[in-house]
Design a protein around this ligand. Structure first.
Ligand SMILES: [Zn+2]
Length: 406
């Protein structure tokens, strides 16, 4: 097995170790060491990264995973030069990426505080934790609302700002049980406890800070229903600051487009949406007027007939509702059958007849669409349908016109 130096000192970034085995992990070279300061992924906390040096050769540690034989350090050469893997028994020196380790200390300890705060403020227990590349999440066993999230975040931040000492101790499983702690089976007989003084005591193998103050700040990013409880998204420390800056800059950019500052964005967006809706209503009125004109033109083209007539028309890119409106306008007068189609991503058809005619436009539409692989129907004066493509459309309409002619 591998001795885990990070358990005793989560601030240790440099160490020396011996190679116990050269191995592979999912097809990539890996080293098992007799001791390591690299955290191996577990308990929702991702692995550390960094470097391992053996003589003149430097390897990047790109993943650290738990295996039966110990912690596997998955490595790749730092530079594109021949880099032989160190032999078994060789000494290597490791350097853990400091920023990533600090980030993980902030997120993971922030999670402990937030989870405890949810127990206090909402009696909600954490059933799982995920430390993602961008955000962290905790899944709670009961649903929480926005006010409960705000209360828990407030409480967690208070504990951060109180700068309570954080300590680690190892107890037996029996002793952990007397403290009322639920210890996962994989923890074994020696249970490592992380204590945020006077606030939270948890079995945990992660890397935690010396003081709650190091978490910096706990920021909620949102919450949603998840299974029978809630999933709360959050970020702590420098990550929270970076996310807040990112959101500020998005708001500034949105504000610039709307000629206002970040605070004015919601009101300006509401105003712009109202203007857009009003413009849409005006466009609709103009479209209807233009449809009226179009109907008159088409009837004139058909010779403004005194007797019954069939009008066929294919247009491009119309909304089906406008096509329906045109069909209604054309058939408002006596003796007209309108067979209309619009070509866009798909083809839409509207067949209509005047009140005084007896044609079954629904049946005619179905018959017309069948060879085109489309479907449609309707009862009474108007029928509507569609087909996937325009090939054969003109011929089909010509046949329909012939069938409809009185
Ligand atoms: Zn933990």
């Amino acid at each position: 097995m591998t001795e885990r130096l990070y358990r005793a000192d989560p601030y240790l970034l440099e160490f020396e170790a011996r190679v116990r085995a050269r191995t592979e992990h999912e097809g990539r070279p890996a080293l098992v060491l007799d001791r390591t300061a690299f955290y191996a992924e577990s308990g929702g906390q991702p692995w550390d990264t960094g470097t391992l040096r053996a003589g003149p050769h430097v390897w990047r540690v790109v993943a650290v995973v738990e295996a039966e034989e110990g912690a596997r350090h998955v490595v790749e050469p730092q530079a594109p030069v021949p880099t032989p893997l160190p032999d078994e028994g060789a000494t290597v020196s490791g350097v853990v990426d400091a920023e990533r380790r600090r980030d993980h200390r902030q997120q993971h300890h922030g999670q402990h505080l937030l989870s405890r705060a949810f127990v206090e403020t909402a009696r909600a227990r954490t059933v799982s934790f995920h430390l993602g590349a961008r955000e962290c999440t905790v899944d709670l066993d009961r649903e929480v609302n926005a006010a409960q999230v705000a209360a828990a975040v407030r409480r967690a931040n208070e504990v951060v700002w109180e700068a309570r000492p954080v300590s680690v101790r190892v107890v037996s499983r029996a002793e952990a049980a007397t403290l009322g702690l639920a210890v996962p089976d994989e923890a074994g007989d020696a249970v490592r406890l992380v204590n945020a003084e006077g606030f939270d005591l948890q079995p945990c193998g992660g890397t935690h800070p010396r003081s709650t103050a190091e978490v910096g700040v706990v920021l909620a990013l949102g919450h949603e229903r998840h299974k029978s409880g809630s999933r709360v998204r959050f970020a702590c420390g420098l990550r929270a600051v970076a996310l807040a800056e990112e959101q500020q800059s998005l708001l500034r950019a949105a504000g610039a487009l709307l000629s206002t500052g970040p605070e004015g964005v919601p009101e300006a967006v509401a105003r712009a949406l109202e203007q857009l809706a009003e413009a849409g209503r005006r466009v609709r009125v103009l479209q209807e007027q233009s449809i009226d004109g179009e109907a008159l033109r088409m009837l004139a083209e058909a010779g403004a007939p005194a007797g019954p007539c069939v009008i066929t028309r294919v247009v491009d890119g119309w909304d089906a509702s406008l096509l329906r409106l045109l069909a209604t306008r054309l058939t408002d007068r006596a003796g007209v059958v309108a067979l209309l189609a619009t070509r866009g991503e798909t083809v839409q058809l509207v067949f209509a007849r005047s009140e005084d005619l007896v044609l079954d436009v629904g049946a005619l539409l179905q018959e017309t669409l069948r060879p085109l692989g489309g479907r449609g129907g309707g009862r009474g004066r108007v029928a509507q349908g569609g087909c996937p493509a325009a090939a054969g459309l003109e011929d089909a309409l010509a046949r329909a016109a012939a069938a409809a002619r009185p």
